[in-house]
Design a protein around this ligand. Structure first.
Ligand SMILES: Cc1cc2nc3c(=O)[nH]c(=O)nc-3n(C[C@H](O)[C@H](O)[C@H](O)COP(=O)(O)OP(=O)(O)OC[C@H]3O[C@@H](n4cnc5c(N)ncnc54)[C@H](O)[C@@H]3O)c2cc1C
Length: 434
């Protein structure tokens, strides 16, 4: 792996590497193997764990450089965004080799098996249970809202391994094989028309004890690491994860395709994902001009607000980066970044729909209907706005709702008193259940 010294700019270093290594005739799998093993697929991971120890802002810059060079970006998805940095933090060296390598080289896709029908905001109330059987654990329970479960090879599974202690203390974090008897993945259709997330029913499925990440009954601490990466990655000014038009893993079927054929094609999941949201300030300025609303003082005010909020997000990212370089950090920054993202998206949704007027009530759920709507006011941008408006409800829910982010900032950053409850002292089995 090439080391990036403080005197070598990350963008220059990755460009030099791309000049010698990018070849559009490689298969996606072969290209990702090169990119991942070089440390450039996930450069924010530590050196020695398939990364280069770069800051989040530098990592974003590297991903932008790969895209603007015209090479196929690194494999995206929850493996790279969440599982790899979590295992880099809590996994043994053997686990890092077993799990992180196939993530950064795109060979395996991951999903997050945290939420359950009765455990979302109150995640520590989860009821999915794992019982020890020799060198293995037997898992039974139900998960929900599992993004990418339909193409995942492995899941970050939280399961209850000790119901006799208070709820936060009896949870274990597993790397769970999704393709085995006893695992049923059922798609859930969203208002965007897509089915990106799923319900997962687990009935006496098995996971090896060697797949426990961070120690038995220590899953709450490990899960909090994953959630911190999720908030920081999804928040305004975050966006460390690569956004690739090719999907990782053995199930999506992209690994054998020619890498060059996918460059520049539409990102799976479309403009609805957070990666596509950050450019909305520019998109809405163009739309305002197109529909002749760019002189409307109220529209101008909202455009200015949107631009300001986006810039504040960027500055927050830079400020965090500067502080981290000195070994310090700003408490709650990930929570604040995620809240800012929700605010930006809601404002974008409201402004976009206002600019479209009655056209905003129509959405093309497939390429043919989007094309048919392109002749209406707003043109092709209209479909991007309705796509974004339908998706804008999601980021204020996933990775912890806005209300939960406020609670965390209040309690853990500002030191306000917690709501009284006996969760911390009562064994899980004695707590009232949903
Ligand atoms: C697009 C999308 C993708 C997702 N992907 C995944 C995934 O891949 N894996 C996964 O495990 N989960 C995933 N989730 C689930 C997500 O993490 C949960 O939806 C979220 O944590 C909220 O839980 P809940 O839906 O059970 O709502 P609830 O927890 O039931 O909350 C309902 C409402 O009550 C409010 N509320 C709850 N508790 C409090 C409190 N203490 N104080 C104030 N208000 C409160 C909430 O803010 C919310 O408005 C996804 C969700 C979405 C929308």
């Amino acid at each position: 792996m090439q080391a990036v010294g403080t005197d070598i700019d990350a963008a220059t270093a990755v460009t030099e590497w791309l000049q010698s290594n990018w070849n559009p005739d490689l298969t996606v799998g072969e290209w990702w193997e090169l990119l991942g093993s070089s440390g450039w697929a996930a450069p924010t991971l530590p050196e020695g764990c398939y990364g280069k120890g770069l800051s989040r802002a530098e990592g974003v810059r590297v991903q932008e450089t790969i895209a603007s060079f015209g090479a196929l970006p690194a494999p995206g998805g929850l493996g790279l965004l969440l599982a790899a940095p979590t295992i880099a933090t809590h996994g043994t060296p053997e686990q890092q080799e077993r799990y992180v390598r196939p993530i950064v080289t795109g060979q395996q896709a991951w999903c997050q098996l945290f939420s359950e029908p009765g455990a979302g905001s109150d995640l520590a109330s989860l009821q999915c249970r794992a019982e020890r059987d020799g060198d293995e654990w037997v898992v039974t329970g139900q998960k929900v809202w599992t993004s990418g479960g339909q193409i995942a090879d492995v899941g970050m599974l939280l399961a209850r391994t000790n119901p006799d202690v208070p709820k936060h203390q009896g949870i274990t974090y597993f790397a769970f094989d999704m393709r085995q008897p006893g695992v049923e993945v059922r798609p859930l259709r969203e208002m965007t028309g897509r089915a990106l997330f799923n319900e997962v029913f687990i009935t006496e499925a098995r996971v090896s004890d060697s797949a426990v990440i961070g120690g038995t009954n220590n899953g709450w601490a490990v899960a909090n690491t994953t959630l911190a990466f999720e908030r920081a990655g999804l928040g305004a000014g975050g966006g460390s994860a690569a956004v690739s038009p090719a999907a990782p893993g053995s199930i999506a079927g992209d690994l054998d395709r020619r890498a060059g054929d996918l460059v520049g094609s539409r990102v799976r999941g479309g403009a609805g994902g957070p990666g596509g949201m950050l450019g909305t300030a520019r998109l809405l300025q163009t739309l305002a001009r197109q529909v002749g609303a760019n002189t409307d003082p109220l529209v101008r005010q909202d455009l200015a607000r949107l631009y300001t909020l986006t810039e504040i997000g960027r500055f927050q990212g830079l400020r965090s980066r500067a502080l981290r370089a000195t070994g310090s950090d700003i408490p709650g920054m990930g929570n604040i970044a995620k809240l800012s993202m929700s605010i930006i998206l809601r404002l974008s949704r409201d402004l976009g729909l206002r600019l479209l007027g009655p056209r905003g009530t129509l959405h093309g759920y497939d390429a043919a209907s989007s094309e048919a709507l392109a002749g209406l006011p707003g043109g092709p941008l209209g479909s991007m706005v309705t796509e974004m408006a339908l998706f804008a409800q999601a980021p204020q829910i996933y990775g912890g709702t806005d209300e939960i982010q406020h609670n965390i900032i209040g309690e853990r950053v500002l030191g306000l008193p917690k709501e009284p409850n006996n969760d911390k002292v009562t064994p899980f089995r004695d707590l009232p259940r949903n």
